[in-house]
Design a protein around this ligand. Structure first.
Ligand code: PHE
Ligand code: ZN
Length: 880
């Protein structure tokens, strides 16, 4: 294998910079190929820095033009300028001003980091290390500076000029040029810098803060798309209000702007006062966006807005602390959605996401702690572990401390660290102090990778009226960490009595317990519940109170009982999932033996009861009917996985349920249709989800007339949610009407990139081996472009991560194809290439034949001589 490039950065090596940058004056003269950047930094040595210590600024592929010190040209003897660094050899004492001119080519920037162009709009992306591609800087999050930015360009091409903070000056210049100056009074790290310039339209609104200040709100988009921004604006205003009510956080500038761009590596970016969004998370109207899109927009808008306090006002000391802003902000956006919509539905969806993305990451070669100890490429650490597991840790704190305790800790955090770059230790200390709780062992959750397994075995003793629970915890070894200490695991519980109600517990022995939460803190603990006069069914880990795998000795009868009675909606749903999973695992084994396994009629009946229980909200019922995904079964089987057998087991079970419940599903479908105007509210969203689910079961069950029903649903749909649901049912079940419907769809939405992304994805996910040929053909379709990350994710990403049958083709053609795309994409956009490569992350769990083929492809990628640091880091960890 090729030797690894790039040095390893370690948390233990952290030390502050020798110099502070107090203010930054940036001047950008915009030009497609030769944008001139002049940056003037006012610098001073920090206390304790020896006089004359050289100052080295970071750069990345920069073209140096000139340098001045305190307004006078520097002699070439005084500095060294390379594309990757600028060193001032002998800085003066006291405060000094360094001015550096560089030049950059936005149009040639295909990596979309630094200053690039998206459909003609100039746009920056600086997190985590993109600022150094614009100018030389101490490009790290603990250097906080006040920025003043001047943008200049031809008015006809860039009528709109935006940057962080408040606008302070604008004017006309000769030759049709104009300029604008922005000032951001809040000191910030370079990764939060942003500038946008182009021919953009906008919608505007205002928000009056709790203390009565009026804030100007604007969303900028390509002209003609303004009508699709209203949901985003509505979501923004609700987010602003929520943060005031729930966390006492007010917005702090006179203006808050969002810009939507069509070329973006990630979802969105929280630059101070000027969020930049992937247009997928802004644009929505009923004909082109689904309920899922509307919900996604609402939560990403909220997430980025919430970063204003958790990320911008209080930032991270170094990138190891990334979860400080991301985990916390994900927790905050999850809470927002729970308050705005349905708490149980949100919790179930989040846990599904966690298990689908974070659990496999934590169980494979890319496993890393929520706060890693070292990295080679920080871009590869924007992961499900940092974000989603990071949010789970914050949730565990909230569970342990209760609403008031948690809020007191947050208040102290905001008060104490406002304007600072903080650490996880700082964060935890606020909760410990505010609530007088010892939280030292919580750090283990940040430092230890791997998903703990908790086992629970129980017994009831009639004589002493006691119920005994034996709990153990065990965290598997992960790369670089073989030994694990026991962690504090909050287990929310209930003991469900024979009548289905939770039983009263007199006293608990053997574990710290507060109300309905036990704290498991040792490797092994025996917990005794007193005053239990009948055998209960334990309902453990209610609300998924900790990110662990629970192995309890609950049998089928217990699970059916919980599914019927548990007062905790999460565990009711989870009982159905566990029953389905047990069946799918056994059925997969049977299929590999050439056998079959019929579904348990009791289970199907229990599903029917939930599906038709009108006391439950439709969105919840839809979730209960949804079987575990193929990837979930994969993860549970864990070794020697045969993806084809898993796929067959799941299709078979779905068909059995569909045909057994055909009548019920048909009634359900009929009662759920509604011809009122479209609105993405939780109630009607849930109704559409349940209707789609019923339709899908009808089709999967091969019910007479189901295909026609789905075709009619597609043809007569008056919104994208219904249209796409019907199309998906036709396509995934490979029905003859799928092809003409796909053609109709393409005609309807030709030229609408986001709608066509759905069309690409859907075809990429059709579970059959020759889908690969289709994906290859679609790469030549005008709707596809390898240069645009959304298109790559829609077609190639969906195939690699959303089509187990296609990607894991027994002949390895799926692996070969993805490896080729990675090799092609890597020189252009390493971040997108590296993410695609991560689709292989569970390759070691595959059965031997596929495992060998996958390894060969990974080795082929690893041997490429000029692989980016992003991809080489991923591939070497994956093979390591
Ligand atoms: N900080 C962004 C968010 O989570 C994500 C992001 C990271 C965007 C890196 C761009 C680049 O809100
Ligand atoms: Zn974020």
């Amino acid at each position: 294998m090729k030797t690894e490039t790039g040095q390893t950065i370690r948390l233990d090596d952290y030390r502050p910079t020798d110099y502070a940058i107090e203010t930054v004056r940036l001047d950008l003269k915009l030009d497609p190929k030769r944008t001139q950047v002049t940056s003037t930094l006012s610098l001073a040595a920090r206390d304790g820095t020896r006089g004359g210590t050289p100052l080295t600024l970071d750069g990345d592929a920069l073209t140096f033009v000139f340098a001045e010190l305190d307004g006078k040209p520097l002699s070439p003897d005084d500095y060294v300028a390379t594309p990757d660094a600028f060193t001032l050899k002998r800085p003066p004492e006291g405060l000094f001003e360094l001015t550096i001119g560089t030049e950059t080519n936005p149009e040639g920037n295909s990596a979309l980091m630094g200053l690039f162009r998206s459909s003609g709009t100039y746009c920056t992306q600086c997190e985590p290390e993109g600022f150094r591609r614009i100018t030389y800087f101490l490009d790290r999050p603990d250097v906080l500076s006040v920025y003043t930015t001047r943008l200049e360009g031809p008015k006809d091409q860039v009528p709109v000029l935006l940057s962080n903070g408040n606008p302070i000056e604008e004017g006309e210049l000769a030759d049709g040029h104009h300029y604008a100056v922005w000032h951001d009074p809040y000191p910030k790290p370079s990764y939060l810098f942003a500038a946008v310039a182009g021919n953009l339209a906008h919608i505007s609104d205002t928000f009056v803060t709790a203390s009565g200040r009026t804030v100007d709100l604007r969303i900028y988009v390509e002209p003609g798309k303004e009508d699709r921004c209203h949901w985003a604006m509505d979501s923004l205003k609700r987010s602003m209000r929520w943060d005031e009510v729930r966390f006492g956080r007010e917005y702090d500038l006179d203006i808050f702007m969002i810009v939507a761009v069509s070329d973006f590596n990630m979802g969105a970016m929280e630059n101070k006062g000027l969020n930049v969004f992937n247009d997928k998370y802004i644009l929505a109207d009923p004909t082109t966006a689904t309920d899922t899109d509307y919900a996604g927009i609402e939560s990403v808008i909220a997430h980025e807005y919430f970063h204003n306090w958790t990320g911008d006002r209080i930032t991270c000391r170094d990138w190891f602390q990334l979860c400080l802003k991301e985990g916390l902000t994900v927790f905050r956006d999850q809470e927002f959605t729970s308050d705005e919509r349905s708490r149980p539905v949100k919790r179930i969806s989040d846990v599904r996401t966690l298990k689908a993305h974070q659990f496999p990451e934590d169980a494979g070669p890319l496993a890393h702690p929520v706060r890693p100890q070292s990295y080679r490429e920080i871009n590869n650490f924007y992961t499900a572990t940092v974000y989603e597991k990071g949010a789970e840790i914050v949730r565990m704190l909230a569970t342990r401390l209760g609403e008031d305790g948690f809020r007191a800790g947050m208040d102290l955090y905001f008060e104490r660290h406002d304007g600072e770059a903080a650490t996880i230790e700082d964060f935890l200390a606020c909760f410990a102090e505010a609530t007088d709780t010892d939280l030292d062992t919580m750090l283990l959750w940040y430092n230890q990778a791997g998903t703990p397994t908790v086992t629970a075995t129980s017994s009831w003793d009639a004589g002493s009226s006691t119920f005994t629970l034996k709990l153990t915890q065990n965290t598997p070894s992960t790369p670089g960490q073989s030994e694990k200490a026991p962690m504090p695991i909050p287990i929310r519980f209930g003991l469900v009595g024979p009548n289905g109600d939770d039983m009263e517990v007199e006293r608990i022995e053997g574990a710290e317990a507060a109300a309905d939460v036990l704290l498991l803190s040792e490797h092994e603990q025996t917990v005794v519940f007193h005053g239990i006069g009948a055998r209960p069914v334990p309902s453990l880990l209610r609300g998924f109170s900790a990110p662990v795998r629970l192995e309890a000795d609950t049998d089928t009868a217990d699970l059916l009982f919980l599914l019927a009675h548990d007062s905790d909606p999460f565990n009711r749903w989870n009982a159905a999932q566990t029953l389905a999973m047990d069946h799918l695992k056994r059925s997969t084994e049977a299929i590999r033996r050439g056998d079959t396994l019929a579904a348990d009629p009791e289970f199907i009946k229990a599903l029917e009861t939930v599906a038709t229980d009108t006391g439950l909200e439709p969105a919840y019922r839809a979730l209960a009917l949804q079987l575990p995904a193929e990837s979930d079964v994969f993860r549970e089987i864990a070794t020697d996985v045969d993806p084809a057998a898993v796929s067959k087991a799941r299709t078979t079970l779905k068909g059995e349920i569909g045909s057994a419940l055909a009548g019920t599903m048909r009634d359900l479908y009929d009662t759920l249709q509604d011809d009122g105007p479209y609105h993405p509210d939780p109630e009607s969203t849930g109704r559409r989800a349940l209707s789609a689910c019923a339709l899908d079961y009808l089709v999967a069950g091969g019910t007479d007339g189901a295909e026609e029903l789905a075709k009619t649903h597609f043809d007569t749909a008056r919104n994208m949610t219904d249209r796409l649901a019907a199309l998906s049912t036709l396509a995934m079940n490979r029905l003859p009407s799928a092809e003409p419907a796909l053609e109709d769809y393409a005609k309807m939405f030709e030229g609408d990139a986001l709608a066509m992304d759905k069309w690409l994805s859907m075809q990429a996910m059709i579970p059959q081996p020759d889908t690969l040929d289709r994906v290859r053909e679609l790469m030549d379709h005008p709707a596809f472009s390898i240069a645009n990350p959304n298109r790559v994710r829609a077609l190639i990403g969906a195939f690699a991560t959303g089509n187990a049958t296609g990607f894991h083709r027994a002949d390895g053609a799926g692996y070969h194809f993805i490896a080729n795309i990675v090799i092609e994409l890597d020189p252009k956009n390493p971040q997108v290439a590296a993410r695609l490569l991560a689709a292989f992350r569970s390759w070691r769990s595959l059965e031997e034949g596929r495992r060998t083929l996958a390894r060969q492809e990974l080795e082929r990628v690893a041997e490429r001589a000029d692989l980016s640091r992003d991809s080489s880091d991923i591939v070497s960890r994956m093979l390591g």
